[in-house]
Design a protein around this ligand. Sequence first.
Ligand code: BG6
Length: 491
Amino acid sequence: MKKKDYDKNYLLGGAIACSQADGGFQEGGKGISTQDLRYLDPSWTPEQIEDKHQNNPFSQEEFDQALKDQGTKYYPLRRGIDFYHHYKEDIKMLAEVGLQIFRTSICWSRIFPNGDDQEPNEEGIKYYRDMFTECKKYGIKVFATMIHYDIPVNLVKKYGGWKNRKIISFFENYVTVLYKRLGDLVDYWLPFNEINAAKFSPWDGVCLIPGTEKNMDQEIFQCLHHQFLCSARAVQLGRELVPGKLIGGMIARFTTYPATSKPEDNLQAIQDDQYSNWFYLDVLARGYYPEYMKRYFDKINVHIHFEPGDKELLKDGTVGFVSFSYYFSQVSTNDDNWEQTAGNLIMTKKNPYLKESEWGWQIDPIGLRFTLNQIYDRYHLPIIVAENGIGAHDELTSDHKVHDDYRIAYLSAHIDQLDEAVKDGVNLIAYTMWGIIDIVSCGPLTMDKRYGVIYVDLDNGGKGTGKRYKKDSFYWYKNRIEEHIARSKKK
Ligand code: BG6
């Protein structure tokens, strides 16, 4: 094999999600979305915030209360960073970084305020057309997620959300409008952000309120079945309406290593991978429910209702690329006393060889190369690393600088591993670092867990000037992208 055969170019970019960035929650004809209901009291201490996030992320009481409260004070996701009004200046800054690709999500309730409307909201379509056109003006490719956790709340109130198969036809209407009206501006489509979130964060993943279902697992997996069918329909409709464009699938990748060489730990690692990761990508990319899930479903008393045609639909609607978020790795063991630490969406087991972020997420750049190899080997589909980055408390100095050397170290080490994986033969399309501009964090709902190379002057209560400042990592990423492009051109 000649060098150029495996040394392919990939795009370096950045990612955000509408619910964490946009704000303008009642503007432009937008309907209320499920993420608009999540509550944070800005006067809480960091311990109270963490306690709520870990132990009581969403409740029926919160749902009822949020529908009565039209304000933004206790609802950070209604405010975001006001990207809705600032997107032009923000995208200009992203272009200055040199971004080759930008990932964001489309808010279903901006396009169909109630989810079951007959006609789409033209103002919502115009917002996305204008925003994506702005990206194109600077030569930035667009990677659009159709659902990053949020759906119109009306679908939950009226139909039970993902529990009801009717949602598939509402989703089809939504996707059809997206393809027809935005298809010329979008380069890569992703129907669902982190489809495996359902099991670990049910309100985010499938809009189920913890504590309200008799058999939560049953409901989660039935909802997921409906999401798998939606994904397959998005692929089929894409073939017809946006031919040639790639439509992908995504998981939150919980990369795991056996904690020891004990056979039990090795078996545990395989099972953790199957139940938390592979199941989801296997259905999306291979088009069928894998055999190993039967025993697991029997164990947790889950019986998925398939209707005639479901199997064929899954088989026909397999995705064109695979993507994942990657923040940390963990170990697997059958030792229940093994020390734990936090991870994205889940508690994880500690690896003594790794350091952690301020939130306890274990930092493992080599794990990214490991993951890329594993996933490519398993599916042989092109890959997008849809999220990766480090959440940290940043300090804005009096002269408006942020010296975030820890972020530069994290990103640099991870991007180095992308290059290694590509040399290993992995077909990588793109890397979109998470939270390229500071946004509201999704778990704790705070502003002070920051990922961006651009600082946004807002606090947990939404107070501040809202001004954007370039962090040290801004200049570092700009330089890294320039070098990356120059190297790509030489090949
Ligand atoms: C991913 C989500 O799971 O993790 C993002 O797709 C989220 O929406 C990211 O922001 C990081 O998590 P957090 O809680 O630190 O914002």
